[in-house]
Design a binder for this molecule. Sequence first.
Ligand code: SAM
Length: 283
Amino acid sequence: MAQEQWDVLSGVGITALMVAAARALESARADRLVDDPYAGALARCAGAPVPTAESDFSPRFRDAVGYIGLRSRVLDDFLTRAATDGIAQAVVLASGLDTRAYRLAWPPGFELFEIDQPRVLAYKDEVLAAEGAEPRCARRAAGVDLRDDWPAALREIGFDPARRTAWVAEGLLLYLDAATERSLVRRVTENSAPGSRIAVEDLVTKRSALLDDESVQASQHWGVNLDELVSQEDRPEPEVLLAEHGWTAEREEFSSAARRYGRELSGHARGMSEVSSVVTAEL
Ligand code: SAM
């Protein structure tokens, strides 16, 4: 069993609330790339220092919304394309307060598995039940730490490694130490039938872009110490690890994705999009 547990008011769990707050602001934009009707309710967690008016968010956070909205949309499209291409199951690694199972259209019979800490998932279930949200696919969630035996937990709730899978790791690698990232890629591969796909956000190999004083200070308002949460260990780029396990990977910088989606990024988010990428791969 893993050493620690957290909820959305502690440790790295708070970052799930931050992303939900960003998706709520994104959903209110006229040029939104993602429409998440549950993000606002999920972000308004009792006891969390979440502002209620957009103007109360720091300028740095408001810039980041453009980036997080784009990132969510790129990964939405990765998953829905996989479903259109006949992949019938997906695993969202560290799903946090992600509501893809509830807000995207899935083909009949599609199974979407989520993994995150038990208390993060319990909070999400509670809020979504109060909102009357219904999943639009077969959603199955495993409350397990990604440093524990998560493949066993997935199999227990019906995941079938013999079928092709689409995997997503969004806003995750930054928080994993290098050994856990390596084991994650190995275990994902061991549980991937040929033709499986994966998409990961890679900011960790360029993490200094995120860790400037203003971002660190902005996150401290939320009780998050980015400096401590973000792993400082060097590691190979994700496509190198994936290639070692037989995946064929490619990388697209978010600045290029921003052009494809017509997203104008401002301030710090524009700089981040030039160093952060989505790495996609097929086995
Ligand atoms: N992917 C979600 C999204 O984009 O909305 C959540 C991203 S949030 C920035 C990071 C998430 O990683 C949190 O929900 C946290 O609980 C989860 N996480 C980090 N380390 C983890 C671990 N070792 N095991 C399980 N979940 C983890």
